[in-house]
Ligand binder design. Structure first.
Ligand code: CA
Length: 227
């Protein structure tokens, strides 16, 4: 899971970064709002840990912007402001959870796990969606209980799309940040992998958003069905 940590306090930021890395999370740590915005554009992010008092502004500005763009990225606010008013403001702006400093790292880790579970169906290391179950630690996938053999690239594509269910992931992101080989991939490599993936897991999961990328819908809507 890729976590963006936005925290200007050096000691705290470093402590959190190390604790998260120890748990196997990929962490990008930034200390300013502008850096956070940039990081969200260039990195694949699954969850944001957001401090509110930052040197170049209020973390709530970023949260408000994300939610204004209908971005459902899970956001956990970390802040020293323990006044009830600030908590409510953060939640009103669409934060998923709130942790008041100082906090124990164990508490932070359990909140992150709970948030991940609520947001994208992580149960331990398994990701579930409709009939699909994916276990990252063992790189195993099952569809309606039956095991399917996925290549490394197929697994990475599927787990990326599952973790962002209901959000479109652009072709560019998948090509440059998910597929091994990154920028060196041939232009049709992604299409080939997606096509193979669909053959293995069935056609009902990965939906093409023409000219943009791909998405896996949490629920299949009747409106989306072909008439
Ligand atoms: Ca701060």
């Amino acid at each position: 899971m890729n976590i963006l940590l936005v925290e200007d306090d050096l000691e705290l930021g470093n402590g959190v970064r190390i604790a998260l890395a120890d748990q196997g999370f990929n962490v990008v740590w930034v200390r300013r709002l502008t850096e956070a915005e940039h990081a969200l554009e260039v990195n694949l992010t699954d969850l944001v840990l957001l401090d509110l008092g930052l040197p170049d502004g209020d973390g709530l500005t970023l949260l408000k912007k994300l939610r204004g763009e209908l971005n459902t990225l899970p956001v956990l606010i970390l802040t020293a402001r323990d006044a009830l008013h600030d908590r409510l403001t953060g939640l009103d702006f669409g934060a998923d959870d709130y942790l008041v400093k100082p906090f124990a790292l164990a508490e932070l880790l359990s909140r992150i796990r709970a948030l991940a579970r609520r947001s994208f169906g992580f149960e331990g290391e398994a990701i579930t969606l409709r009939g699909l179950v994916l276990v990252e630690a063992t790189q195993r996938a099952t569809v309606d209980g039956a095991a399917v053999e996925l290549s490394r690239s197929e697994f990475l594509l599927l787990s990326t799309l599952l973790k962002r269910a209901d959000r479109v992931v652009t072709r560019r992101t998948l090509e440059e940040q998910v597929l091994p080989g990154g920028l060196n991939n041939e232009s049709n490599v992604l299409d080939v992998h997606i096509s193979n993936l669909r053959k293995k897991i069935g056609d009902g999961y990965v939906r093409t958003v023409r000219g943009v990328g791909y998405v896996i819908d949490r629920q299949v809507s009747v409106a989306g069905a072909k008439l």
